[in-house]
Design a protein around this ligand. Structure first.
Ligand SMILES: Cc1cc2nc3c(=O)[nH]c(=O)nc-3n(C[C@H](O)[C@H](O)[C@H](O)COP(=O)(O)OP(=O)(O)OC[C@H]3O[C@@H](n4cnc5c(N)ncnc54)[C@H](O)[C@@H]3O)c2cc1C
Length: 317
């Protein structure tokens, strides 16, 4: 079978098949990258690649008639060019090497394997490809990392974990998400200064969506068997959630609570502190994903209106 090796003294990149049809685009990109020995991967992709510390043998199944394959080929080329010591790449045309395609059950293209494990079906964005390669399983959304020490925003949402993959992807088109940072203090001045474990945010409004935590029984094996027979559900196990909203932060900054210990709010999800709102389980009542999302949406609309037309300024005028 026709096989191309690309600059074998520097890279472990092999193309099994002839780069014809749709594959011509990827082939031209490959030549350009080889020429410069540089991939032009994005900064975010490079950061992910830096974290990969063990070998990855990529097998990427393609076909000359597939319009999505070139994108995935270019992603894989970038990885193999930027990290030639650890990353090798085999681009395999399924029509030229059907035995290999059968062995991997690669009956749809593009299909990407690393070290024999399926890490992606279909074409991905560059960063998602790198993340899938790092984590060795298909990733469906990518949250860019940020090194900024200070971020200015109209609104900061604290919590809000219910956003599922597709919502995260959609939200990322409009906002930045900073995962894994705990908010441990908020200063209420003309503008809110929100201190997290990694940086400071300055915002005009805050939405507290810090949720509720279930009570553990504290019996042997509970943690180990959680999700394997032991489960918690706020609706079926309502009593276990009673009095367990995450209100430590709210209390610290002077947000009023109800007698049950939830955040006190009005119909617009405004708390007693102008500019601070609440939504989700932390408000009490029904605790379901759809109700939390609905409250978040109502609060977002109220915040939008209030930032344009601050009710607290009208009151004092
Ligand atoms: C085991 C289980 C099963 C469930 N099953 C269902 C179901 O099948 N269907 C359904 O509709 N609902 C279900 N629920 C309920 C549903 O998950 C909740 O109602 C919903 O997630 C509430 O959303 P939320 O955004 O208010 O809070 P959460 O989803 O709890 O998110 C709150 C987030 O805020 C973060 N946070 C808290 N404090 C801080 C801080 N200071 N700084 C930064 N972040 C902070 C927390 O870490 C958390 O990530 C279930 C709940 C549990 C526990």
């Amino acid at each position: 079978m026709p096989t191309l090796l690309f600059d074998p003294e520097h890279f472990l990149i092999r193309w099994q098949g002839a780069p014809l049809g749709e594959e011509r685009r990827a082939f031209i990109e490959a030549l350009a990258m080889m020429g410069y020995r540089k991939s032009n991967a994005s900064d975010q992709s490079k950061k992910i690649l830096e974290r990969i510390q063990s070998k990855r043998e990529i097998k990427l199944f393609v076909s000359v008639t597939c319009p999505y394959c070139p994108q995935q080929v270019v992603n894989a080329l970038k990885a193999a060019i930027d990290k030639p010591d650890l990353i090798s790449l085999d681009i395999i045309d399924v029509q030229v090497n059907p035995e290999m395609a059968d062995k991997y059950a690669a009956h749809g293209v593009p299909m990407t394997f690393a070290n024999g494990t399926l890490i992606a079906q279909g074409a991905q964005t560059e960063e998602l490809f790198m993340l899938s390669l790092e984590r060795m399983e298909q990733q469906t959304f990518f949250i860019p990392e940020s090194n900024a020490d200070e971020v200015a925003a109209d609104l900061v949402i604290v919590g809000g974990k219910t956003l599922v993959d597709i919502l995260v992807t959609h939200a990322l088109q409009y906002v930045k998400i900073f995962p894994g940072e705990e908010v441990f203090n908020i200063q209420c001045k003309d503008i809110f200064v929100i201190q997290t474990t990694r940086r400071r945010f300055k915002a005009k409004a805050i939405l507290l969506a810090t949720g509720a935590a279930y009570k553990r029984l504290g019996i042997p094996g509970e943690v180990r068997l959680s999700g394997r027979g032991v489960s918690y559900c706020s609706t079926c196990d309502g009593p276990l959630f009673k009095g367990k909203p995450e209100v430590g932060l709210a209390k610290k900054i002077g947000v009023e609570l109800t007698l049950e210990g939830y955040i006190k709010h009005d119909l617009f999800h405004r708390t007693n502190i102008p500019g601070i709102y609440s939504a989700g389980d932390v408000e009490g009542g029904y605790k379901q994903i759809v109700t939390a999302a609905g409250q978040g949406s109502e609060a977002a609309l109220a915040i939008f209106e209030d930032l344009i037309n601050p009710y607290w300024k009208q009151k004092t005028a």
